[in-house]
Design a protein around this ligand. Structure first.
Ligand code: CIZ
Length: 282
């Protein structure tokens, strides 16, 4: 609740100046894949250094911190000061002692960091990094539902634009959605925009592409493995899972489990942290 009010108030107050800025063009970020071979010229001073060295140097000069979501490419995660899910990153953004936050993730994550830190500069490395699901709800529809169900609580999944959040009553993540919805006093809930989590038309194209047949086949091929599923997956895939949870939840589960083999149904980027935390598991 508190966080949502911060969202709404800050968004409305700062709407005019609310803007995210690109830090470098995406081709520079892409070239980090070849970081040991790639050289840039630092700040036009003609000093030859690797992209990693250049980024480290810029971080010091600008008093910047790099926050990366589990979803981003492993080589970007490798450069980050903090890696986590969107809630963790928004929370860290309020705690770090830096004047510039470079948020390696999609747009709504940069928006959240900015809203919670109006005094800090938030840079998004690639402004094209956006999640289509963040736009899959309409303000007119929210207003219609509010008129039809005066008691309704509009519950907004964190993976939404700041504008949609400002029209909602509460903002939740995939880790706390069920808990928060259960605690709401309202009888009617309108959940936006994710249809697999509760009831609207939005969906994540990455998770929706994971077919139940594929999950079943993988389970049959590896009966000893536990199937860990993100809640944005189709309900038929969720029904096959041994564990359902957010990226942070999946990583925690795999780390704590006595099992040594897992089938993981979510974005590829999560494997970087899984490999780090569970080096002996498959
Ligand atoms: O909360 C997040 O970061 C999202 C959108 C998904 C997840 O499971 O981390």
């Amino acid at each position: 609740y508190r966080k949502t009010n911060v969202f709404r108030d800050s968004f409305l107050q700062n709407k005019a100046k609310f803007q995210l800025e690109p830090v470098v063009n995406s081709s520079v970020i892409m070239s980090i894949t070849t970081e040991t071979k790639a050289y840039g010229f630092h700040a036009g001073k003609g000093i030859r250094m690797t992209i990693r060295e250049e980024i480290e140097q810029l971080k010091k000069e600008k008093n910047a911190v790099i926050l990366a979501h589990y979803y981003v490419r492993p080589e970007v995660q490798a450069l980050a000061d903090y890696i986590g899910d969107s809630y963790y990153l928004s929370d860290m953004a309020t705690k770090v002692d830096a004047s510039v936050i470079v948020l390696c993730g999609v747009r709504f994550m940069g928006e959240s960091a900015k809203i919670l830190n109006p005094g800090k500069k938030v840079l998004l490395p690639d402004l094209h990094a956006d999640c289509p699901m963040a736009h899959m709800a309409a303000i007119e529809k929210i207003e219609e539902v509010r008129k039809e169900y005066p008691d309704v609580a509009v519950v907004c999944y964190v993976n939404s634009t700041a504008e949609l959040k400002s029209h909602s009553d509460v903002c939740v993540t995939s880790s706390n959605a069920v808990k928060i919805v259960k605690e709401l006093p309202n009888h009617d809930i309108f959940f936006i925009p994710e249809k697999h989590i509760i009831l609207n038309d939005g969906f994540c194209h990455v998770h929706a592409a994971i077919r139940p047949e594929a999950a079943k086949a993988a389970k049959e091929a590896r009966p000893q493995a536990k199937l860990l599923v993100h809640p944005e997956c189709r309900s038929e895939v969720v029904a096959l899972a041994d564990y359902v949870g957010s990226t942070a939840g999946i990583i925690k589960y795999a780390e704590a489990s006595k099992n040594t083999e897992f089938l993981v149904a979510t974005e590829l980027g999560v494997f970087a942290e899984l490999k780090k935390r569970c080096p002996d598991k498959k």
